[in-house]
Design a protein around this ligand. Structure first.
Ligand code: AKG
Length: 319
C-alpha cells in the first residue's frame, strides 16, 4: 500500500513517518531464516576448527549470535548485508510492500542504494550474560566491549554518510526492526522537523556532538517487528545502548530516484522498481552477489568523504 495522505503529510512536516504493521511474517521470516542459516553454517565451521566451544544451537535468533560472539566475533564481523550477501536479504531489498511505501516519496523509478546495513546490536552486558564462554577479563573482553560500543550509533544525519556527489539527492532512509525494539534494547531516537532548516550539522566531519545538536525535542521511536520507519536524510538520529539480554536486529536501507548519484559510486546500486523500464529491474541474485564481491576486492575500506565540513552546511536537495 502507498502512504496515506496523513502519512505523507507527517513525513513532510516531521521528517519521518512510522508505518505500523507494514510488513508481515511473509516478508520478514525469510530474511530471518536466511540470517539464521548463515549463522548456523558459520558456527559449525568455527566449531569444527575449534574456534568456538559451543554451537548454542537451541538458542533463539535474538540470543544465539550474541553468545557465539562472546567467544569469537568472526560471524558478527561478517553479518552486514554486503559481507553476508544472503539471497533472502537481496530478495527483501526488492520487497513489493516496502517499495510501495518508498514509491510514495521517491517516485516510480527506484534504485536501491549501496548504503544499507543489517545490524545485530549486541547487548551492552554481553560479558555478564549467563552461559558458556566469555572474554574472561582479558584483552578479548576489552575488544568485545569496544565492538559493543561501536554498535551504538552516535547522533548523525544520513546526509553525512555519503560522498559530495549525492549532497543534492533525496535519499530516503528505510529503517526496520527484525524484533520488537524499545528504549531497553536500543531503539532509535530522532530530532524531528530538523529537515526544514536544510542544513547538515557537521561536527569534526561526521556525527553531531551533543553541544552542537540543533534544538528540538528528542523522540524515542519504539517499534514492533513489521513496522517501517521512513526518514529524511537531514533528520538527526542515533541509537541508544542495548540494555537487554538479547540482540536488537534491524535493517537500515536507502532508496532514491534512479539515475542520480548514490554518494558511494564505488559500491553497487541497482534498480529495484521501474514503471518505465521494468526490464531493468535486477532480479538476478548472482549479479548482485558478484557485484559486491568485485567491488569489495577493489575497495575493501570505504574511502572517506574529501570535503568534510566542520561547520553546519546549508544544503539544497532536489526531488
Ligand atoms: O540501527 C541503528 O542502531 C543505527 C541506525 C542508523 O544510524 C542509521 O540507519 O543511519
Amino acid at each position: 500500500m502507498s502512504l496515506t495522505q496523513d502519512q505523507l503529510r507527517h513525513f513532510l512536516d516531521e521528517g519521518y513517518v512510522i508505518v505500523e504493521g507494514a510488513l508481515t511474517g511473509d516478508d520478514l521470516d525469510p530474511v530471518i531464516s536466511g540470517i539464521e542459516a548463515f549463522v548456523d553454517e558459520r558456527a559449525r565451521e568455527l566449531h569444527r576448527e575449534g574456534l568456538i566451544s559451543d554451537l548454542h544451537e537451541t538458542e533463539s535468533f535474538e540470543r544465539r549470535l550474541a553468545l557465539i560472539t562472546r567467544e569469537n566475533a568472526a560471524i558478527y564481523d561478517d553479518i552486514d548485508i554486503m559481507n553476508m550477501r544472503a539471497e533472502a536479504v537481496f530478495r527483501f531489498l526488492g520487497n513489493g510492500r516496502m517499495l510501495d511505501l518508498v514509491e510514495s516519496l521517491v517516485g516510480p523509478e527506484i534504485t536501491c542504494s549501496p548504503i544499507q546495513h543489517l545490524r545485530a546490536k549486541l547487548p551492552e552486558g554481553l560479558n555478564s550474560l549467563p552461559g558458556h564462554g566469555n572474554g574472561g577479563g582479558t584483552g578479548e573482553e576489552d575488544a568485545l566491549a569496544a565492538r559493543i560500543r561501536e554498535n551504538v550509533a552516535p547522533w548523525h544525519q544520513d546526509a553525512q554518510v555519503h560522498h559530495e556527489d549525492a549532497d543534492p539527492v533525496f535519499i530516503l532512509t528505510v529503517w526496520l526492526p527484525l524484533c520488537d525494539t524499545d528504549e531497553e534494547n536500543g531503539c532509535l531516537q530522532i530530532i524531528p522537523r530538523v529537515h526544514h532548516s536544510r542544513t547538515v550539522y557537521w561536527s569534526e566531519g561526521f556525527g553531531i556532538e551533543e553541544g552542537r545538536l540543533p534544538e528540538g525535542e528528542v523522540l524515542s521511536l519504539p517499534m514492533r517487528k513489521g513496522d517501517v520507519l521512513l526518514m529524511h536524510k537531514l533528520i538527526p538520529h542515533r541509537s541508544i545502548p542495548n540494555r537487554s539480554g538479547t540482540i536488537r536486529w534491524s535493517l537500515d536501507l536507502r532508496y532514491q530516484q534512479t539515475g542520480l548519484p548514490t554518494g558511494r559510486s564505488f559500491y553497487p546500486n541497482f534498480i529495484v522498481r521501474s514503471r518505465r523500464h521494468p526490464e531493468f529491474v535486477l532480479s538476478d541474485y548472482g549479479t548482485w552477489n558478484r557485484g559486491w564481491e568485485e567491488a569489495l576486492k577493489v575497495t575493501a575500506q570505504r574511502p572517506p568523504r574529501k570535503n568534510k565540513p566542520t561547520e553546519p552546511t546549508p544544503i539544497r536537495i532536489y526531488g
